[in-house]
Design a protein around this ligand. Structure first.
Ligand code: CA
Length: 336
């Protein structure tokens, strides 16, 4: 055990001497970064997944709380110095720990040996990075390249869940917002979950508390993503417990976009908040090709309402869906 401890101390000391800042920089550490909600995760988190030039992003490494003591800590995050620079940082470990960062090599690091540090409150290291004005637009990977948090005596060793995060640098960011509404109905949740995914499969998500509007008799809420990329196609997926999930493709141009997202319970094609015979009528109208809630006067089909009407497992809408709705109304089947 003793040999390993000495070895780990030597490794940490050697590492510390390898990352030397330019003359005059070493003694000047930037101001602290305030803690954020990102600290709750296990491994690497970023405060924003999309940024534009001049933006700031907090990159946090979080070792979750555990009943263990660490005798060795070596945490290092690598970033592309062509795109980012450290402007401030907050290493939680300060006693006998060696900390450093480099905006030319592109990293920040903390190293300590034989510290017997209690992890009962976890451990976080946060670097605030600024997106350089000279950065090229594109996707950049931030990487947890060292994550040696362990105790040689007890065998504790941290295994981070997330070791990499991709951050996209865009030349122009816009906001994408939407109003979610659903007719008051029993057995639906009061919170909507919204996930927005771009063409590179980078997602952002939020949850929206719905509140009852007595004048419209609807539950309503609004979501907004302020870090959407201009001239990008997004898939927006909304789920509310008890409602048919909806998924829409949004083509975002050069300005902010706002959408109205009406949610419905399965089978409620006409949107009165309950499933009735009139909904079966809507299905049959659609199937014979006449104007209906699903197919508007201009012939455009509302794909979400089509999915609301489709209550069976058949490959496409059929008279069976109308029958199934009527069976539900007649209480011959308990659910849709
Ligand atoms: Ca209805």
């Amino acid at each position: 055990m003793k040999k390993k401890r000495i070895l780990s101390a030597l490794v940490a000391a050697a590492a510390a001497f390898c990352f030397v800042l330019p003359p005059g920089r070493a003694a000047v550490l930037p101001q602290p970064v305030t803690a954020s909600a990102e600290d709750a995760a296990d491994g690497l988190t970023v405060s924003k997944s999309k940024v534009k030039y001049g933006d700031y992003i907090d990159v946090t490494v979080n070792v979750p709380a555990v009943s263990a003591n660490a005798d060795t800590v070596e945490i290092r995050v690598d970033f592309d110095p062509n795109a980012f620079e450290v402007t401030s940082w907050r290493p939680q470990l300060t006693n006998s720990a060696l900390t450093n960062y480099s905006n030319t090599a592109g990293f920040f690091v903390i190293a300590a040996a034989n510290i017997n540090y209690s992890l009962s409150n976890g451990l976080t290291v946060t670097g605030r990075l600024r997106v350089k004005n000279t950065a090229s637009a594109g996707a950049y990977v931030l990487r947890l390249s060292s994550y040696d948090v362990c105790n040689y005596d007890t065998g504790y060793r941290w295994t981070p869940v997330v070791k990499e995060k991709t951050v996209k640098v865009a030349s122009n960011l816009v906001s994408v917002s939407g109003t979610i509404s659903v007719k008051a109905s029993d057995n639906i949740g009061d919170t909507a979950s919204v996930i927005m995914t771009d063409s590179d499969d980078v997602s952002m998500s939020t949850s929206v508390k719905l509140s009852f509007n007595s004048s419209t008799n609807m539950y309503e809420g609004t979501y907004i993503f302020n870090e959407a990329e201009a001239n990008e196609r997004y898939t927006v997926e909304i789920t509310i417990p008890g409602c048919k999930p909806r998924s829409d493709i949004l083509s975002v141009g050069s300005t902010s976009l706002n959408s109205e997202m009406i949610m419905r319970i399965p089978g409620d094609v006409d949107g009165d908040g309950k499933v009735g015979a009139s909904d079966a009528t809507q299905v049959l109208k659609y199937l014979v090709g006449t104007r209906s809630e699903i197919r508007g006067a201009n012939g455009v089909i509302d794909k979400y309402l089509l999915s609301v009407a489709h209550v069976t497992n058949t490959s496409e809408l059929s008279p069976q869906d109308a029958t199934q709705i009527l069976r539900y109304v007649a209480r011959l089947t308990p659910t849709l």
